[in-house]
Design a protein around this ligand. Structure first.
Ligand code: FES
Length: 436
């Protein structure tokens, strides 16, 4: 059996090797279809006999990619291999990024989708690899390896934007970075990436100016919007600070998924879609509307859910003080089911409350890893498992069950007159609360 880290490195090493050979070796490019099929078959061999149920999803994804590429070859047999594979990979990347973006809001409404929440990261990496494959064929084939030639067609800049950001998202997705990089260093990473991106845009701007592009002004407005979003929402997260929620360095880099998505939409709109059939245009607009509509519905449902929680707490409207400690009435104890979590708010902080073996346990509802909703986690053997990536915590002291010294804030609970009261402040050691 290959060790998990070695396994991931092997998969990535093969992908990078493949992309470099497509980019630099004409023979591989001209035989892009068979080369890609070869890579996917090698992946299947590497994954052969995998026992891990999560890696099984990777196998299904590889098989789906194989099926789509083979089907497109059979349907569009008149196209040369490079054109066929660059188009198919672009379409697949767009479908997968839509799927990855739908998992988040849909997991609010379905526990089945919540179970594959963690898989968004794998989908993101596959989107990046498909995009990189697409670029590795296009750059030598259409633009003679020259960024200047590529930027003469404005839509290519909107294709480069997701590639640039996703590259960094993929690099920083590595758990090691999330654990080791400090919050302040994430800001430096953000700033460095943003400045580099602004310089690339400046280069693009000069090329468009040289070609007297009539839409130069609109491109500048779009990029300005990206940069404003980058500063306000990503590293400094002014909105989150106003909402008084914790700003999480690595996660904030991933907020740039919206710059990626809008940029990809513009890339398709200004490029492939201009010559596409009406049917494809309708599918494209419908998928974008579905993603945006699902996120809007997710946000609205969160607002409604929070309102209900606050009004429940208000309807209890009770506080008790024991040994100078304040406890807030949350709910009637009959409202709880064994091992089923419920979400509340204490001091505006989300708290998950569980009834386990007749006792009530209250912990922070924010997972140390990536802020997953602990109240939706599975409770067994005195632990709760976050539904997003399955980090488990001891319910007694909130401690992470892995080797690192992380923990969830734990609150004291009391029952009086059939009402559950939760302490206003957590009671465990604060030193282990946060990951950067
Ligand atoms: S958010 Fe990743 S395990 Fe909880």
């Amino acid at each position: 059996m290959i060790k998990k880290t070695n396994f991931i490195f092997l998969i990535l090493f093969l992908a990078v090797l493949f992309l470099l050979s497509v980019f630099f070796i004409e023979f591989i490019r001209e035989n892009a279809f068979y080369s890609l099929i070869g890579l996917l078959v090698i992946y299947l061999v590497v994954y052969w006999r995998t026992r891990n149920k999560y890696e099984k999803y990777d196998v299904y994804l590889i098989l789906s990619l194989l099926a789509v590429f083979i089907a497109s070859r059979l349907i569009f047999g008149n196209l040369d291999q490079a054109t066929l594979t660059l188009r198919t990979s672009a379409i697949l990347a767009f479908i997968l990024i839509n799927l990855a973006l739908l998992i988040g809001p849909w997991s609010r409404f379905s526990d089945k989708i919540l179970k594959i929440y963690y898989y968004r990261r794998h989908l993101g990496v596959v989107v990046f690899l498909l995009g990189a494959f697409h670029a590795a064929i296009i750059m030598p084939l259409y633009f003679d390896f020259s960024l200047k030639n590529a930027f003469a067609s404005p839509f290519t800049f909107y294709g480069l934007t997701p590639f640039f950001i996703m590259l960094w998202m993929a690099i920083t997705s590595w758990d090691y970075m999330q654990k080791k990089v400090k919050a302040s260093d994430w800001k430096i990473i953000h700033a460095a990436l943003m400045i580099t991106y602004a310089f690339i845009y400046y280069y693009f701007y000069n090329i468009l100016k040289e070609f007297n592009d009539p839409n130069l002004f609109y491109h500048s407005i779009a990029i300005l919007f990206f940069l404003i979003f980058w500063v306000i929402v990503a590293p400094y997260s002014i909105i989150k600070k106003i909402m008084r929620t914790y700003v999480f360095g690595w996660k904030q880099l991933h907020v740039l998924i919206w710059v990626i998505y809008i940029s990809l939409v513009l890339h398709v709109l200004l490029g492939a879609l201009t010559a596409a059939a009406l049917f494809l245009k309708v599918v494209f607009y419908a998928s974008v509307a579905l993603v945006l509509g699902s996120h809007a519905a997710g946000w609205i449902s969160k607002i409604i859910e929070d309102k209900k929680i606050y009004s429940k707490i208000r309807s209890i409207n009770k506080e008790i003080i024991i040994n100078n400690k304040k406890y807030i009435g949350m709910a009637k104890i009959n409202d709880f089911k064994e091992n089923k979590g419920k979400k509340f708010y204490i001091n505006k902080k989300p708290v998950a409350v569980f009834k386990n073996e007749g006792k009530f346990i209250a912990v922070s509802n924010v997972c140390c890893h990536q802020k997953g909703p602990i109240h939706k986690g599975k409770v067994e053997y005195g632990t709760v498992e976050c539904p997003w990536h399955y980090w488990a915590y001891n319910l007694k002291d909130g401690k992470f069950m892995g080797k690192e010294n992380y923990c969830l804030p734990v609150y004291e609970t009391k029952v009086k007159d059939n009402i559950l009261f939760v302490s206003k402040e957590p009671i465990n050691d604060k030193s282990c609360y946060k990951l950067n």
